[in-house]
Design a protein around this ligand. Structure first.
Ligand code: FES
Ligand code: FES
Length: 161
């Protein structure tokens, strides 16, 4: 079996993996990263989104062997020193979740969106998160949370929404 080395949330792992093993199963079943959920078997929900070398990917559509040598960040690796990442804080403050199943993927996708566009409009946020489905919230608070997260991450004063 192929042997891969991958950094996940700042820790290096070396694993023997079957060539067909999906990254999401490596994360959840082998490394215990159950904060990354699986929401579908058709690669369309986005719940499993993680950052791979800084770019968001649906980890159910990536083979573990493709992550060899990569840096992976999951929702569990975002906070620092016991504090939430500003985007996690923004989702909390804007009540941008109900069941929370989509939330890890939404937050990871939002962070990648801001990497390319630090000050997105509402329409740009909706377009940027089109690969992430939420069955509970109706998206309005999610969009507000991403706006708030963008303000916090850019050091702007966070405006009440
Ligand atoms: S579980 Fe990966 S897109 Fe749905
Ligand atoms: S909060 Fe339930 S799916 Fe989004």
């Amino acid at each position: 079996m192929p042997r891969i080395a991958v950094n996940v949330d700042g820790i290096r792992y070396e694993e023997e993996v079957e060539p067909r093993l999906l990254l999401v199963h490596l994360l959840r079943d082998r490394l215990g990263k159950t904060g990354t959920p699986i929401g579908c078997d058709t690669t369309n929900c986005g719940a499993c989104t993680v950052l791979m070398d800084g770019k968001s990917v649906k980890s159910c559509s990536v083979l573990a062997v493709q992550a060899d040598g990569c840096d992976i960040v999951t929702i569990e690796g975002l906070g620092t020193d016991g504090r939430w990442h500003p985007m996690q804080q923004a989702f909390h403050e804007e009540h941008a979740l109900q069941c929370g199943y989509c939330t890890p993927g939404m937050i990871m996708a939002a962070i990648d969106l801001l990497r390319e566009n630090p000050d997105p409009s509402e329409d740009e946020i909706r377009a940027g998160l089109e690969g992430n489905l939420c069955r509970c919230t109706g998206y309005c608070n999610i969009v507000r949370a991403v706006r708030r997260g963008a303000q916090a991450m850019s050091g702007q004063e966070v405006k009440a929404s």
